[in-house]
Ligand binder design. Structure first.
Ligand code: TRP
Length: 363
């Protein structure tokens, strides 16, 4: 069986370090590994509209931001098909058929949807489209017969629901769809990178993000004001690592080479942590180390973005070409689905012959 990746992001803002360690960096590695036959990267604008119906301009403006972020981290349109969800109408049709295979109570039990409903104060007035987005996400994944979906852990319930839909579909209509597997980040700190304020998640609405497109000065300012250990007041005080965002970022980003390069008094992160917890190591020194690491990681991304920004028309051409390709693949799956569901009347010469005979015999 072919190995196929599908994943994507909602275009509701620029992408940040949480996206980068949680998924983007991995996608580029997967893309360049040569282990996958096809890779589809989707800008999920239709899904973004499920809770931004009144703000289409926001979604529209962020398509290009996300596309620039994708290309500047190293996603390569000659290796990965980058496309816009709404331009592949087949996805809607698939979702419509899958809706028959999912109950309302099953959707209500989806933990990610539950949290999002709370966060958006939707309790009393949940838009139906929003409520059903896990079904539409199953359409996204299955349309491309994806075997592998690299996403953050918050997306695990979506992949689980997709697998259920696939099983139900195949059970009723015969083997048609492919059951996908989730591929989680392998570094625990990358599963959910906290915000610069130490809160559980980087999120635009909390204002605690470091964006891939931030300038060098922005990044430095944000790192300097990061949340550490509020009880670590004097350099000589022992410091805590738990809940200390700077150390969580170091878990996610630092490698032994960084110590040799920027902080040679320590051999590795463990030595730095030991000194911090013993006392005698100031926050600012650790922050400046983190800043050096982040700048080294972000510099080439920033440089590529600058280049890409010079030809925005070309970015739209890339998205158009990707969307056309994606549409062809999804159309093939939709044809399989229609035939499995026996709604392919005009392609079914047998059916027409059979019925013509039946009515002739009745004469
Ligand atoms: N729900 C994902 C997010 O919020 C975006 C998304 C839509 C997606 N469809 C998908 C991710 C299919 C993986 C596969 O980031």
């Amino acid at each position: 069986m072919e190995k196929i990746i599908l994943t994507g992001d909602r275009p509701t803002g620029k992408l940040h370090l949480g996206h980068y360690v949680g998924s983007l960096k991995r996608r580029v590695e997967l893309q360049n590994s040569g282990l996958y036959d096809k890779i589809f990267i989707m800008i999920a604008d239709a899904q973004a509209l499920t809770d931004n119906a009144d703000n289409p301009e926001k979604v529209r403006q962020n398509i290009i931001e996300v596309a620039l972020d994708y290309l500047s981290v190293g996603l390569d349109p000659t290796k990965s098909t980058i496309f816009i969800q709404s331009q592949v109408a087949e996805l809607c049709e698939l979702a419509f058929y899958y809706m028959n295979l999912v109950t309302v109570s099953r959707l209500q039990r989806n933990p990610t949807v539950k949290t999002e409903i709370k966060m958006r104060n939707f309790e009393a007035n949940i838009p139906v489209g929003f409520f059903c987005y896990p079904i539409s996400q199953a359409a996204d994944i299955t349309a491309f017969k994806a075997t592998t979906v690299p996403v953050g852990e918050d997306q695990a319930p979506m992949i689980e629901q997709t697998r259920e839909i696939v099983n139900r579909f195949n059970h009723i209509y015969g083997e048609t769809l492919v059951e996908p597997n989730i591929l989680l980040p392998d570094n625990a700190a990358c599963l959910r990178l906290p915000g610069t304020d130490g809160k559980a998640k980087m999120s635009k609405s909390l204002g605690n993000c470091i964006y891939l497109s931030d300038t060098e000065a922005d990044v430095q300012k944000k790192v300097k004001s990061m949340f550490t250990d509020p009880t670590h007041l004097k350099v000589s005080d022992p410091g805590k690592l738990e809940g200390n965002a700077v150390f969580t970022y170091l878990d996610a980003f630092s490698r032994d080479e960084h110590f040799a390069e920027f902080l040679p008094e320590y051999a590795n992160l463990q030595e730095l942590k030991d000194h911090y917890t013993r006392g005698g190591l100031g926050d600012m020194k650790v922050k400046m180390f983190l800043n050096s690491i982040l700048q080294e990681e972000l510099n080439p991304i920033r440089a590529r973005r600058k280049e890409l920004e010079k030809d925005i028309e070309e970015i739209y051409r890339i998205l158009k070409k990707g969307s056309d390709e994606a549409r062809q693949v999804a159309a093939q799956t939709l044809a399989d689905v229609r035939s499995a569901m026996k709604i392919n009347y005009f392609d079914d010469a047998e059916l027409i012959k059979e019925q013509a005979a039946k009515y002739k015999n009745a004469d």
